[in-house]
Ligand binder design. Structure first.
Ligand code: ATP
Ligand code: MG
Length: 181
């Protein structure tokens, strides 16, 4: 008798994905920074800010994660991305807000608490909000102020990371739009 196929896990994380116009602006910066840091730029469509990396999850636990997204605070906010640098060990170049606004920190801590409550293990390192612009960087670039880019954050997404021949791509499994107040 044939054995039932083993259920495949999904590699998932929560992220803020910019609108396509903001992704395009960040993409231009990514290509510039990648050149300077000797790395590979992230393609526009993959540009995101990770709120919480969950990792491999059984498909039958995905609904729990969907419920978590739905219960998150829904207020839209602006993130001013104004600082560029590299993380040497991770070999990435990034852009980040020099000041993380309260709604962002609230969102991340709300998410961490909800995940812990449902027994999902997430990273215990402190949250350092950043957007990866380039990977496999071979040179460091000095941390510097960038021309501030004002990103109006309008959506929170639960993404599945799918590895393919042409590189990784992300699929939205659940998402909520944030409200202007
Ligand atoms: P690839 O690994 O193929 O280069 P990727 O890093 O974009 O692509 P994932 O490894 O699935 O894809 O990661 C998805 C997101 O989660 C990325 O923002 C990544 O930086 C972050 N991430 C991955 N692993 C961890 C981890 N162990 N801790 C915290 N964040 C992580
Ligand atoms: Mg990775």
């Amino acid at each position: 008798m044939e054995r039932p196929a083993k259920s495949r896990t999904l590699r998932v994380f929560f992220a803020l994905v910019p609108d396509v116009a903001t992704q395009a602006l960040l993409g231009v910066l990514a290509r510039d920074v990648a050149l300077r840091a000797g790395g590979r730029p992230i393609v526009n469509a993959n540009i995101h800010l990770t709120l919480a990396f969950v990792g491999e999850v059984d498909p039958d636990r995905i609904d729990l994660l969907r419920e978590i997204v739905i219960a998150l605070p829904r207020e839209a906010f602006v993130l001013t991305l104004d600082c560029v640098g590299t993380f040497r060990r991770a070999e990435i170049a990034w852009i980040a807000p020099s000041h993380a606004p309260a709604p962002l920190l609230e969102l991340q801590s709300h998410l961490a608490a909800a995940l812990a409550k449902d027994d999902f293990r997430i990273e215990e390192r402190p949250f350092h909000a950043h957007i990866t612009l380039a990977r496999r960087c071979t040179r460091n670039i000095a941390r510097a102020r960038a021309i501030p880019l004002e990103w109006r954050v309008g959506r929170i997404s639960l993404l599945a990371s799918i590895a393919g021949n042409g590189g990784v791509c992300y699929r939205e499994l659940a998402g909520v739009s944030l409200f202007e107040t």
